[in-house]
Structures are given as structure tokens and as C-alpha cells.
Design a protein around this ligand. Structure first.
Ligand code: KMH
Ligand code: ZN
Length: 401
């Protein structure tokens, strides 16, 4: 979680000769940033306990414009570890005229610090919900040539789901394949795979209605006939790498209606900011209904890139026109998968990992299976001080039970 303030340092702040400002003024601004972060995270102003490090790197003068950034790096039970940076982005130019000023081409870092703030448990007003980890174990695009650990048969898929559950996954996002790896939305194949998973574990099974690019909408919707607990709802047409992922308004409305009719819980897949507008329109028409659950799929070429800035924008949209209890998760593509899962977890969201979206566990190291990626995401959840939702807890949080 990050926040930034911008302000102009005035002549009132000058403490030393030559218009120089006291370093404590910058620390006061770090305190303000920390307070805002704590209010956002916990609904409480909290208290600063200690700085671990402070570096004063450049002088601050009257007339400077400062940008002060803070970020919560980790959550403990009551402690929140933070980092801060103050940058000079503008300055007065009294050498040119009494009111001359300029913005700097590249900001000058004036101070950096790390520290810890505390919000006592009984003052924390935003309960940090357990993290729901979803494992996307099959997908439609990943091939065995890219990662030989991709499960394709019913036994392999059932076993992989069991391993992912042991690693911390509560939900399996499911696609189906023919034995040669060809993606299929065949009802018979999904039935076989769902039974293989059910025979081994109690995970929530979320079937894809996205299928593979190029499939028709009726073909894609076949798994809905099996009345899964959850199903995806893709919200708009978009470029998808070199292909086009077709989701016309008429088709989306039809898929949403058949998900609703069958009382399946939709996971609304949003790949871009405008997709939240499309979701608002579906909500207004009663085609989706609370409790809403969003998956922000970031980093598909053709959609919004995977960055914290992008996530900020998506999450900010949820505050406008969506029910307060709406939940969200991040599924980021390729090398962004684990870093963005960690960001989502730190920010109170949920996360999806797995071979559908990413085949590597570290740079150049193929994942042994989606379970290894789930293990990493689970470790990030524990580091953030959040419990990992069991399938039973996930069912409650997602309104399935
Ligand atoms: N295979 C992608 C084109 C979903 O599962 O709902 C679409 C997809 C989304 O995977
Ligand atoms: Zn999918």
C-alpha cells in the first residue's frame, strides 16, 4: 500500500541560515504519510514506534516543492513496516526574479527512511481478511513444451489440484484439454476433471467460460451446465497477444444471465480499467448481483499492464458504484505473477497464481507445478500477517455457502 503527498515548503519553515529547512520538518511529513497509510489500512491513525534508518541526502530550502511517498512493506499483528522517500520536484528561482520558480526535470531525493508504526489490535477497524489463493492449473494457452509439468489428463489435474490445496489454494480455476493438449470446453471433459478433483480435495472449483481465443460463446459456456460453484465472466472484447478475445456486449450479457440463473457465483475478469465500467452496467441491469468478486488480470498484451499503479487505479474504481463488500484478486501474467500477488496480498486483496499465467517460479527456473507458485504466494501471505483461507473460509467470503 502506497501514498504520496505534495506540498510547497514556505519561508515559515526556514530554521537555519541561507534559507535552509530543518531535517525534522521532513520527518514530520513522513509522519503525515504514515498516518494516511494507517488510516487507509486500519481505519486508525496509529503511532510511530521507531525509525530503523534515516538518510538526509540533499538540502531542503524555502520555496521547494516536495513529493513525499510512503509505503507499507509488511504487516505484523499490530506493527506495520514502512519506507519513505521525500523528493524535491520544484524550487524557487529568486536569482531570476522574486517570484520565479521552476519544476525540476528529474526529482532530487532529499531524504529516505524506514520505520515501524503500530496500531494496537483492538484499534484496527479493518479486519485483514484471510487471503483466498486461486490456482490456475491448466489454462488454454500454456503448453507442455513450455513447461512439462502442465497437467492435462484427469489424474494429473486431480493430483495437481490436491497439491495446490496442500500448498494453500482454496480455489481451482479450471480449463480443460484433450490428451494431446488441445484446449476444449467440452462438458464431458470438464465433468471428468471435476470428478477427479472432487475425489481428492474440497477446493472450490471455478470453471472457465473464457476457454481459448477463437472459440464460440456457446462452446465456451458448456461447463455451466455442470452447475459449478463458480465460473468466470469475461467482460469485454480485447486484443489478446496477437489474437482477439471476443466478448461482445450481447454475449457477455447472455453469459452473465446464465451464470445468474444457475445461481453460480461469477468471478468477473477485468483486464482493463474500462472493464469496470462494463461491470457497473451489468450490475445496473441486474445481470450480476452482490456479493461481487473481481479478478484483475493484469499484463495481457492488449489489456492494462501489470503494475502497482495500474492496480491502484482498478481498486480505486471499486469505491464508485460497487457494494462495499466487493472482493478482488490479482492475476498477473508472466514475471509479474508473484510480485503482483504479493502486492495484492499486502493491500488486502486476494491472488491467483499458476501455470495458466506464468511458467516460472524464479527467473529462468520452471515451476515444478502450480503448487510451487501457490507455496510462494502463501509465504507472501504469512509475511503480510494474513491467514490463508481454507476452501470453507473462501466459500464464506465469496458468498458460496
Ligand atoms: N484463455 C483466455 C483467452 C477465463 O478463463 O475466463 C481466457 C481465459 C479467461 O482464460
Ligand atoms: Zn482462464
Amino acid at each position: 500500500m502506497k501514498t504520496t503527498l505534495r506540498l510547497r515548503i514556505s519561508a515559515h519553515d526556514v530554521h537555519y541560515g541561507g534559507g535552509l529547512v530543518d531535517g525534522a520538518r521532513v520527518l514530520g511529513l513522513f509522519g503525515d504519510v504514515a498516518t494516511e497509510l494507517l488510516v487507509r489500512a486500519d481505519g486508525d491513525e496509529g503511532l510511530f514506534r521507531a525509525y530503523d534508518s534515516i538518510e538526509f541526502l540533499a538540502p531542503v530550502m524555502a520555496g521547494d516543492t516536495l513529493e513525499v511517498e510512503g509505503e507499507i512493506l509488511a504487516f505484523g499483528g499490530s506493527s506495520r513496516k514502512m519506507r519513505f522517500e521525500a523528493r524535491k520536484v520544484g524550487r524557487a528561482r529568486p536569482d531570476l526574479s522574486p517570484s520565479a520558480a521552476e519544476l525540476l526535470g528529474s526529482p532530487i531525493v532529499v531524504c529516505r527512511a524506514t520505520g515501524t508504526c503500530v496500531v494496537p489490535k483492538d484499534k484496527q477497524r479493518n479486519p485483514r481478511l484471510p487471503v483466498i489463493l486461486t490456482a490456475a492449473i491448466v489454462g488454454a494457452e500454456t503448453t507442455r513444451a513450455q513447461n512439462p509439468n502442465l497437467p492435462l489428463t484427469a489424474d494429473e489435474i486431480g493430483e495437481e489440484a490436491r497439491r495446490c490445496r496442500e500448498a494453500g489454494a482454496a480455489v481451482i480455476h479450471l480449463h480443460a484439454r484433450e490428451p494431446d493438449g488441445t484446449p476444449t470446453q467440452s462438458k464431458a471433459r470438464f465433468k471428468e476433471f471435476i470428478e477427479a478433483i472432487r475425489a481428492r480435495t474440497d477446493v472450490v472449483i471455478q470453471t472457465s467460460t473464457g476457454g481459448a481465443v477463437g472459440m464460440g460463446i456457446a462452446e465456451r459456456c458448456q461447463p455451466l451446465e455442470l452447475a459449478p460453484e463458480m465460473a468466470t465472466l469475461n467482460i469485454a472484447t480485447m486484443n489478446f497477444g496477437d489474437d482477439v478475445f471476443m466478448n461482445t456486449k450481447k454475449d457477455v450479457e447472455q453469459v452473465a444471465a446464465s451464470i445468474r440463473e444457475r445461481r453460480i457465483v461469477a468471478e468477473i475478469e477485468c483486464y482493463d480499467l474500462g472493464h469496470l465500467d462494463a461491470a457497473r452496467a451489468l450490475l445496473a441491469k441486474g445481470l450480476i448481483a452482490p456479493p461481487l468478486h473481481f479478478q484483475f488480470v493484469l499484463g495481457v498484451p492488449g489489456g492494462l499492464g501489470a503494475s502497482e499503479r495500474a492496480l491502484d487505479a482498478m481498486v480505486a474504481e471499486l469505491a464508485h458504484g460497487f457494494p462495499a463488500a466487493t472482493t478482488w484478486a490479482v492475476a498477473a501474467i508472466g514475471r509479474h505473477q508473484l510480485p503482483m500477488a504479493e502486492v495484492a496480498i499486502r493491500r488486502g486483496g486476494h491472488a491467483r497464481v499458476g501455470l495458466e499465467d506464468n511458467i516460472y517460479v524464479d527467473k529462468g527456473v520452471l515451476a515444478k507445478g502450480s503448487w510451487e507458485l501457490v507455496e510462494r504466494a502463501a509465504a507472501a501471505a504469512r509475511a503480510a500477517g494474513r491467514e490463508i483461507a481454507t476452501p470453507a473460509v473462501a466459500r464464506r467470503l465469496l458468498g458460496l455457502s
